[in-house]
Write a new protein. Structure first.
Length: 348
């Protein structure tokens, strides 16, 4: 039988070895582990509340002291455009992919030191002057009333806009066209200062987006898109239409939402379904998604680095995207603003 003091001595020895290794690795980046980071500096940079150009660039990893120790590997093939394409489309795909990269790097429209006005090719534009919004909607959601029961109809379609107010405008318009009875859900708020109830209006068949991580293992993450199937008082039954769990039925409960903004001078909770109607979504929310039909509605131009590149590069084909750009008089135009902070590319 081994005496207990032998175990104690062995335990002390192992602790000493662990402490020595930890001490030796304390000055090594990530403790000597290989860390793989993925990203694209043409895309939207870190969001800095109330931050200007310099603050946003400084928050990027290329401005970190760790960047000099990173080894840069470049991915050069646009898989979103090439998967499933035919050999006859190779040249068109190559040209479109190059144009997208030039948009992302600020090489379209002359010198770009932060922002530049660029012209969009005519085949990508909505030019209807009588009712351009309806034309954009018809491009993204053709025959919507005949197809909304199709499981795949909403999964790869979206109208994108830079700001929430424009997104709400499009969502309200499409929701009003949708058949069926509208059901209204009002939030329950607990706070120290008055706040109006938040109204969520839904109909069966409407696409919605999840606004919080609920069950990541089963695909219920912030940004997951679903389609409403049934509406109850305390839960919404929905079917996942994006990600790796497409077709799965799930139940979304009301949850307590607490604002993350530390500048709010009071504490409050809002108890509501963590959902938003998503016929349309902000460009930022579309990041990472692959879509077959995208309508980009630029009632106002993009306002930060990478937004135009993100919106245009969500699609799998050139024929899958149309832009509606309005000038100051509200009329369709072919010119818009591209915002690129070129200093993020300096050390790449």
């Amino acid at each position: 039988m081994v005496h207990k003091h032998a175990f104690e001595a062995l335990d002390r020895t192992m602790n000493d070895i662990f402490n020595i290794e930890t001490s030796n690795r304390s000055n090594i980046r990530f403790g000597g582990k290989v860390i793989v980071l993925g990203g694209d500096f043409r895309q939207i940079l870190p969001v800095v509340p109330n931050g200007g150009r310099q603050e946003i660039v400084n928050a990027s990893i290329s401005s970190s002291y760790l960047w000099n120790t990173c080894k840069l590997l470049r991915l050069t093939k646009n898989m979103r455009l090439t998967v499933g394409s035919s050999a006859s489309d190779a040249e068109e795909i190559k040209q479109f992919a190059k144009w997208l990269l030039d948009i992302g790097e600020g090489n379209v429209g002359g010198p770009n030191d932060g922002e530049a006005s660029i012209e969009i090719p005519s085949d990508l534009l909505i030019n209807d002057t009588s009712d351009p919004i309806s034309t954009l909607i018809d491009f993204v959601y053709p025959s919507i009333l005949e197809n909304y029961n199709n499981q795949n109809y909403f999964s790869e379609r979206a109208i994108l806009a830079p700001k929430n107010e424009v997104v709400h405008e499009i969502n309200d318009r499409l929701l009003s066209l949708f058949p069926g009875e509208e059901r209204e859900y009002l939030s329950s708020d607990s706070l120290l200062s008055g706040l109006p109830n938040h109204r969520l209006a839904l109909k069966v068949g409407v696409p919605v987006m999840l606004l919080r991580n609920i069950d990541q293992q089963n695909g219920l993450c912030n940004g997951t898109r679903l389609q409403v199937k049934k509406m109850y008082n305390r839960v919404i039954e929905a079917e996942i239409i994006s990600g790796g769990n497409i077709g799965t039925r799930t139940y979304i409960p009301r949850i307590s939402l607490i604002p993350s903004d530390k500048k709010i001078p009071f504490e409050f909770q809002r108890r509501q379904f963590p959902l938003a109607v998503c016929f349309a979504m902000t460009i930022n929310k579309s990041q990472g998604q692959s879509l077959s039909r995208v309508g980009l509605y630029l009632k106002q131009p993009v306002f930060t680095h990478g937004q135009l590149y993100i919106a245009l590069s969500r699609v799998k084909t050139r024929q899958g995207v149309k832009l509606l750009i309005l000038d100051n008089d509200g009329k369709p135009t072919n010119k818009t603003t591209n915002v690129v902070y070129k200093e993020v590319f300096r050390d790449l």
